[in-house]
Write a protein that binds this ligand. Sequence first.
Ligand code: ZN
Length: 327
Amino acid sequence: MARLASIALPAKAGKIVFACALSSVCAVLILNAGAPGKPEASDVSLKESGTSGEARTPPVPKAVPEPSPYSVNSATVERTFAETAQRLGIDAGTTVALSHAFADEIDFTHDLRKGDTLSAVYDRPHEGAPPSTEPLAVRLTVGDDSHDVFLHRKLDGRAFYYSEDGTSTTPSFSRYPLSFTRISSEFSHRRLDPVTHRWQSHDGVDLAAPAGTPVHATAAGTVKFIGRQTGYGKVIVIQNPPPYSTTFAHLSRFAKGIRRGSKVHRDQVIAYVGETGWATGPHLHYEVHVDHVAKDPLTVALPHDDRLRGAEREHFAKEAHGLSALL
Ligand SMILES: [Zn+2]
């Protein structure tokens, strides 16, 4: 933008003066003095080199602008969502959370194209602190459609991405992956294993059910492992939205089409109850891991439908509105 100043100088008609004013701004002074009707000391246009002229009021000492508390980054999709997120400085765990957050509306395999864009708003780090890898707001523009999600920290400290209407983008969890007849063995840090007859921890819960009973994914996720493992027999491990993963063991067979890398949705049938591996009868051995630590599946805190409500919803809406303006 052209920066101009109108200043009064005693000057001679028609003279063009080069001046270095205001510390470093070298300018051309165009002196209009002597023109008919003009006073001897005329208005002078001080014009920054290389800019077009326009009338200006005298320069006001510049206030030091408040640095924005946010930084905004943007990247164009070259190959995959994950690779684009990485270029934006988003960490791997958050990338998985975001891909789940967008998965309801966007099929990354079919919809995402080269040239689509991903933008992220971050808290500007304090001086000397490393940059944040968990954006406050993210916009994915696919073709002509934009999809926004916003980070919201719950009172318990855990943060999740929400859509602008306050709906959680984290898929909710089911407590049980099948209808079972009884709990044949509970989670414990130390128990006598009925097969190995050794004291060891039982990292999950055994849910007895007739062989062939369908086993459902308890939350959306990606199949991280499918195959056989010692003790577990036929087993599936699903990476759910962080920090969760789930394990399903002693299966008789896997559901059609389920393979490593498959995306599954909550309640999808992934396998059938069996007694492969070290099992004394047909049952499902089910584990829930939180940040890679096995937790009791019967009592572990699971994300449920935590749509924001009331004052929390209002606070979120205000924040989201401000952040979306930056994207
Ligand atoms: Zn078990």
